[in-house]
Design a protein around this ligand. Structure first.
Ligand code: SAM
Length: 280
């Protein structure tokens, strides 16, 4: 196939994102979504779910590092971690770089996303065989309500956009169940879309839902994410006691594992609140 362009159109916002592609490597319709993998000319391989960019090999590190390390260093001693969604396994890889993590369970509704990622994005899945990792394929909304109370230190919600099976992951009921599942001092970090495009439709309602669910600290951090709509993304930290802006800064500065974006200075900077996100 000669050079073509993959285009993600965000109709509602009148914007599109496009990548030059040289080959479609895979496509299938799973029980939950359309899964496509492309070879791009300049951005490595590209994973697309229902027409939306999930990751490219060139810039996935921004998202996977910023959805993991701020929350892990904000927790005083994260040992039991759960990831809801995250089927490409990039966040599982980042979580298991933290040696004190004893167990990391990934609860992904669609096993096909993980199997396709293992085949086409092995560098994202290199922690899947870690003895501390557990892969579960079920609905995270049901799973969180069925686990024992105070059984998690950290919950990372790496879901698709808040539509379809992901919609309930952004609700007060889900966050109430998450609060029950967390230990005192536990943290939820949730991908909360674009501050520019989704402030009023996602970020503000999520912050309200967290407060209504009884959490006493909520803070949205922002970071660049070139291949997502607007190129500017967010993660909302939700805490069960304490201030989400506090973190183990010396541990972050002394981290023994490699990253390409995250470091202690970036962590501190990402917590700064842009005017358009003040109080929502
Ligand atoms: N970083 C991407 C983003 O911000 O859009 C998300 C990556 S990850 C591939 C998203 C995953 O969430 C998908 O694999 C999807 O199947 C999964 N997912 C959606 N709703 C879910 C649910 N209720 N329980 C578990 N996984 C869910």
């Amino acid at each position: 196939m000669g050079e073509k362009w993959f285009i993600e159109k965000i109709e509602h916002d009148g914007v599109a994102f496009s990548l030059a592609v040289t080959e479609k490597l895979h496509e299938e319709q799973s029980a939950y979504q359309r899964i496509e993998v492309y070879q791009t000319r300049e951005w490595g391989r590209l994973l697309v779910l229902d027409g939306c960019v999930m990751l490219t090999e060139r810039d996935e590190f921004f998202y996977h590092e910023m959805m993991s390390h701020p929350a892990l260093f904000a927790h005083r001693d994260p040992r039991r971690v759960a990831i809801i969604g995250g089927g490409d396994c990039g966040i599982l890889r980042e979580v298991l770089r933290h040696e004190q993590v004893e167990h990391a369970i990934q609860v992904e509704i669609d096993e096909r996303v993980t199997r396709v990622s293992e085949r086409f994005f092995p560098e994202l899945c290199n922690a899947n065989n870690d003895a501390r990792a557990e892969l579960r394929f079920t609905d995270g909304v049901e799973w969180i309500g069925a686990i024992p109370p105070e059984s998690l230190d950290l919950l990372i919600v790496d879901s698709t956009d808040p539509v379809g099976p992901a919609a309930d992951l952004f609700t007060c009921n889900f966050l109430r169940a998450a609060r029950q599942a967390l230990t005192p001092g536990g943290i939820v970090v949730q991908q909360s879309e674009s501050p520019l495009l989704h402030r009023d439709s996602v970020i503000a309602p999520l912050q309200r839902a967290a407060s209504e669910a009884g959490f006493d600290g909520v803070h949205t951090l922002t970071f660049p994410m070139p291949s997502y709509p607007s190129g500017w993304w967010s993660a909302t930290l939700i805490v069960n006691g304490g201030d989400p802006r506090n973190f183990r800064e010396s541990d972050a500065a002394a981290k023994a594992f490699p990253t390409r974006y995250y470091n202690a200075e970036i962590h501190r900077a990402a917590l700064a609140t842009p005017e358009l996100l003040k109080p929502l």
